[in-house]
Write a protein that binds this ligand. Structure first.
Ligand SMILES: [Zn+2]
Length: 380
């Protein structure tokens, strides 16, 4: 290591000592003044001879920025590699479809689950059959041989289901079952799960990703009633019911822009098939007053599809608080208004201010209908 002698110009001891030196490689200052307490230098320890080693705080900042940038680069490189490996290991959509259909054919739907779907959710019997819902119990056994990279399968012929519930097939734009979702009977840890083979014991197990993206759910009506393509949260019952009730195609997801290739392909397919560029977004009840970023997420998703050249509208039926209905729970669809993204944004802003103010005064927002001065209505 080579040094420059500082000869009285040492910033650590302000020249009290004459033997201070600076490393030409690291910029560290070596100074014997142990009682020094310089403003812009950080003590980094002592060298073998007893010199205190000091680093300028500017250098320290630049150094930690560099380390952070380096870690970020490493992280991204690892992510890219992991994704690549995932894609190399994955079963094709068609293979997944074949095996998932085999698994579903071994299972049945319990009368309890059937009653839930019909009475609580409002599916018809035909719809329940057509969607292919099945009941499973914890670590459900399936018979036969399946490829180990079929997401959701564990060694010894078990499905990775942590509790009893309803299996919901997720179909892509070709109608292929590319993933299974589990609706748990016990929602205390969250209601829905992807079926995946990745576990704590086996983090490399096959996940539902296809080409590095999570699947989206495409639902198509028997007869198209016009209006556009509907966009709902979830991949299971909500988009299915919306499709059935409105006789409209639905792209279920919620985080579409997180699966950009799938979102683009699916929406292109639906847009072409149904001859419409109109997308109707259906925020859940309570989303506009949510303070955890949900309103911003909706706006981001709308922006994503606008950038792809689609006309976006938001379905609005005063679904302000959680007590209101979601799109699949509405009894009268004639109350749905179609507002522009700008109007939706203005609505959010009004309610976000309302929530904020009311949080301060009465802790929890109650119904804040009065905050809407006049209903915004624009027909599409
Ligand atoms: Zn010094």
């Amino acid at each position: 290591m080579s040094f420059t002698l500082l000869k009285g110009s040492c910033p650590v001891c302000s020249g009290t000592r004459r033997d201070c030196r600076q490393s030409n490689q690291t910029g560290l200052i070596f100074c014997f003044a142990h009682e020094a307490n310089p403003a812009n230098y950080i003590f980094r320890g002592q060298d073998k001879i007893g010199f205190g080693m000091w680093q300028s705080s500017c250098d320290a900042q630049a150094f930690s920025d560099e380390i952070r940038a380096e870690r970020r680069r490493e992280f991204l490189a690892n992510e890219a590699m992991r994704k690549q490996q995932q894609i190399l290991n994955q079963l094709s959509s068609r293979e997944r479809d074949r095996h998932y259909r085999e698994i579903l054919s071994q299972l049945s739907l319990s009368s309890e689950h059937y009653m839930h779907l019909r009475n609580d959710r409002g599916f018809t019997s035909q719809q329940i059959v057509a969607r292919g819902y099945r009941s499973v119990s914890q670590w459900q056994k399936v018979a036969g041989l399946f490829p180990s990279n079929l997401p959701g399968l564990l060694p010894y012929g078990s499905l990775n289901v942590g509790g009893s519930g309803i299996l919901c097939p997720v179909r892509d734009l070709e109608g292929l079952i590319v993933a299974l979702r589990l609706r748990l009977d016990d929602s205390s840890q969250g209601r829905y799960r992807w079926l995946t083979s990745a576990t704590k014991k086996n983090p490399e197990g096959a996940t539902p990703h296809l080409d590095g993206e999570l699947p989206l759910a495409v639902y198509e009506p028997d007869v198209y009633a016009g209006k556009g393509i509907w966009m709902t949260e979830g991949l299971e019952m909500k988009p299915a019911l919306t499709c059935d009730r409105l006789s409209a195609p639905v792209l279920g997801g919620g985080k579409w822009s997180g699966s950009p290739k799938k979102a683009k392909q699916s929406i292109e397919y639906l847009s072409h098939k149904y001859g419409t560029k109109l997308l109707i977004f259906c925020p859940d009840a309570g989303d506009v007053i949510n303070t955890d970023g949900v309103p911003g997420r909706w706006l981001g998703e709308i922006k994503f599809f606008e950038s792809l050249g689609y006309q976006c509208r938001v379905a609005w039926w005063q679904q302000i608080t959680k007590e209101d209905s979601d799109i699949d729970e509405l009894e009268d669809y004639s109350i749905v208004q179609f507002i522009t993204p700008e109007q939706f944004k203005a609505t959010i802003e009004r309610f976000q201010i309302g929530t904020h103010v009311m949080n301060g005064i009465i802790h929890k927002p109650k119904r804040v209908n009065s905050l809407i001065s006049s209903p915004v209505k624009q027909l599409v």
